[in-house]
Design a protein around this ligand. Structure first.
Ligand code: NAP
Length: 503
């Protein structure tokens, strides 16, 4: 990897502490940082290099997936860190930063390759990009990259405006938009599984697949994020970005050796083929929900409207489910059902591919039918891939769940994968502007319909699987959400029929 100076805006913030420093530490331990690497942390707080290093050390000890190693590895790690006080709006602060960065690069004999990581609110993106250009921090003698966090815009118009402004300083290939779902190891494996396996490739069409179900459910409520979340809702916070990225990753068809450009091109093709929604159709194809009081793991919890900081009578969505159709040769006629919500029964991110039922025709009575075959990708909190087949015992069909890939311990976190890719300049698992724009385009009629109250807000009890209408969305097509049952029953079944393919 080329020598790099990592310039971190928001170095005193929560995300840096919980995710970025632990991720960098694990990359360091794995030998995945450039040989010549320096990090400049920035914030308004009057920290020194020493107090910054102490904070970084503390965050590694608290949040790293690996225990901080004894010996001097943590010390060697934090010695690469420096801190500069910088107020984003103050031009002079960029000049002092540039001076320090240049001195450091000179001491290391390193070219001015600079990665700017913006772990700050999106309102600052434009100002920072303009100052990077003006101050000379974005030197033309080396490369420059911009890593940004979500949210990228609040709607289609604001996302376009933000992109226009950023593109005055950074070219598209220099911008790395983080969607941390793309950094999750299972999401990254999904593409590889298809690319490397002709058997999966052959099955990956409407000839064999009946429907695809994508769920991301959380058990937590709005927590301390009321001020932000009450203006954003599940549709902006989860659906426009993470859920549609999962849809693209599930639906792409990748040639064996795919470059980053090919992946982006294919994802864009998928999104372009998603049948657009009209505002007046939103009520029929999208379920808008909000959690009411209920119980999570047997403990009573408040409804959304009783949470601190939520506007009285708020109509904000904490749950969204939708049916999408992809009009291309692979997926025509295969519904993709997507749902995401807070205060749901279980914490889970999962993709279920349901196959068509050849057994149906061979048993006119229907009684002898086995369950459909299912390919299940567990993305989190535990990862795994299972294939549900049918077997017959005592003349009766029984599901046989074959574990193709079990949960693994201590896998790299999404942020490790993504920061490593950004350091290498590999944009495969970042959200390209075309994808972001097409996603906002698809979601915009939903935002408009919600704003005009054209889709009824459906309450659901905390600790449930969401509003009953989300189940009806599938029932109308003759399907149901898989695994919506008591978790105990699932694990019992899993144990009863588990067969580990490795044995
Ligand atoms: P945070 O804890 O509030 O931290 C904000 C950071 O911005 C602080 O380091 C603060 O430093 C800095 N800052 C604010 N105003 C500044 C100014 N005028 N000049 C210089 N620095 C300034 O926020 P966070 O949770 O770390 O989140 C950072 C960004 O990531 C946000 O955009 C958020 O939407 C996004 N994000 C966060 C998460 C998460 O899990 N936390 C997840 C996804 C995306 P000083 O106070 O020292 O100035």
């Amino acid at each position: 990897m080329e020598p790099t100076t990592f310039v971190l805006f928001g170095a005193t913030g929560d995300l840096a502490k919980r995710k970025i420093y632990p991720a960098l530490y694990n990359l360091f331990v794995d030998g995945k940082l450039p040989q010549s690497f320096s990090l400049f942390g920035l914030g308004r707080r009057e920290w020194t290099d020493e107090s910054f290093r102490a904070n970084v050390e503390q965050s590694v000890r608290q949040f790293s997936r690996r225990e901080a190693e004894d010996g001097d590895s943590l010390q060697r790690f934090v010695r690469m860190f420096r801190y500069s006080v910088l107020d984003i709006g103050r031009k002079e602060d960029y000049a002092s930063l540039l001076k320090r960065v240049e001195e450091r690069e000179e001491a290391l004999g390193a070219p001015p390759n600079r990665l700017f990581y913006l772990s700050v609110g999106p309102d600052f993106f434009e100002t920072i990009a303009a100052h990077i250009l003006e101050s000379g921090l974005g030197s033309e003698r080396g490369w420059k990259r911009l890593v940004i966090e979500k949210p990228f815009g609040h709607d289609l118009a604001s996302a376009r405006e933000l992109n226009r402004k950023l593109s005055q300083t950074f070219a598209e290939e220099e911008i790395f938009r983080i969607d941390h779902y793309l950094g999750k190891p299972m999401v990254q494996k999904m593409g590889a599984l298809q690319q490397a396996n002709p058997a999966i490739q052959a099955l990956w069409t409407n000839r064999y697949i009946a429907n695809v179900q994508i769920t991301a459910s959380e058990t937590v409520g709005v927590e301390e994020r009321a001020g932000y979340y009450d203006h954003v809702g599940a549709v902006r916070d989860m659906f426009q970005n993470h859920m549609l990225q999962l849809l693209m990753m599930a639906a792409i068809h990748l040639p064996h050796e795919s470059s980053s450009e090919q992946v982006r091109f294919k994802k864009k093709k998928v999104m372009q083929a998603v049948v657009p929604l009209q505002k007046q159709d939103v009520a029929a194809k999208v379920v808008r929900g909000q959690y009411a009081a209920g119980a999570i793991s047997g403990k009573p919890v408040a409804g959304y409207l009783s949470e601190p900081g939520i506007a009285p009578g708020s109509m904000n969505d904490t749950f969204v489910a939708a049916k999408l159709e992809i009009d291309d040769i692979y997926w025509r006629g295969v519904p993709f059902y997507i749902r995401t919500g807070k205060r749901m029964k279980e914490k889970s991110t999962r993709i279920v591919v349901e196959f068509k039922e050849p057994l149906q025709s061979s048993s006119p009575s229907g009684e002898e039918r086995g369950a459909p075959n299912l390919l299940v990708f567990e993305i989190g909190p535990k990862e795994g891939i299972t294939l549900q087949l049918n077997t017959k015992e005592d003349g009766e069909f029984k599901p046989l769940r074959v574990e193709l890939h079990g949960a693994q311990d201590n896998v790299p976190e999404a942020y490790e994968n993504l920061i490593h890719d950004a350091l290498r300049g590999d944009g495969t698992f970042f959200a390209h502007w075309d994808e972001v724009e097409l996603s906002w385009q698809w979601v915009q009629p939903i935002l408009d319909a919600f704003a005009d109250d054209l889709a009824p807000l459906r309450p659901y009890a905390a600790g449930s699987y969401g509003p009953a209408e989300a189940a009806e969305l599938l029932a109308r097509d003759g399907y149901r959400w898989w695994f919506d049952e008591e978790p105990e029953t699932i694990s019992e079944k899993g144990e009863q029929y588990a067969y580990n393919a490795n044995y």
